[in-house]
Design a protein around this ligand. Structure first.
Ligand SMILES: [Zn+2]
Length: 127
C-alpha cells in the first residue's frame, strides 16, 4: 500500500527529529499534502496510527494541511490551478499542463508534549 510507505517515511522523519532534539513525546504531526499527490487521507491516517505504535509519537494526532494543485500551461504561458493530474487547463482547455505544485507531501510541524503547544520546525521532505 502506497500510504503505508508514506506513513513509514513520516515515522522516520519524526524519529530523527525526536533523536536530534531530545524529544520524548510527540503529540501531533502536521503534514502538508498536495491535492495532486494522490494520497488517500483515510488510508494514511490508518497507516499512521499503525506505524507510530511503540514510538515517541504513539497515539499522536495527525493533522493534514492540504496544498492546492498548480500547473504551468504552455498555451497560456502562465500558472493555472489544477484540480487533478492530467486535467486540461481550466482557461484554454490545453492538455499541455505541467504540474508545478501540490504534488508533494512533507512534514510541516511536529508538536511535542514536553512544553504544551511548542512546535518544532522540520526540513522539507519530498516523496
Ligand atoms: Zn491554458
Amino acid at each position: 500500500m502506497y500510504e503505508m510507505s508514506l506513513a513509514e517515511g513520516v515515522r522516520a522523519i519524526v524519529e530523527d527529529a525526536a533523536r536530534s532534539q531530545g524529544l520524548t513525546r510527540i503529540t501531533a504531526v502536521v503534514l502538508e499534502i498536495g491535492e495532486l499527490a494522490n494520497v488517500e487521507i483515510d488510508a494514511l491516517r490508518f497507516c499512521f496510527d499503525a506505524v507510530m505504535q511503540n514510538t515517541v509519537a504513539a497515539g499522536a494526532r495527525l493533522e493534514i494541511a492540504s496544498v492546492p494543485g498548480r500547473g504551468w500551461c504552455m498555451q497560456c504561458a502562465d500558472t493555472v490551478p489544477v484540480a487533478r493530474l492530467y486535467d486540461p487547463c481550466p482557461r484554454c482547455g490545453s492538455y499541455q499542463v505541467q504540474a508545478t505544485g501540490g504534488t508533494e507531501m512533507r512534514v510541516k510541524e511536529i508538536e511535542v508534549g514536553r512544553d504544551t503547544g511548542d512546535l518544532a520546525e522540520e526540513p522539507t521532505t519530498r516523496t
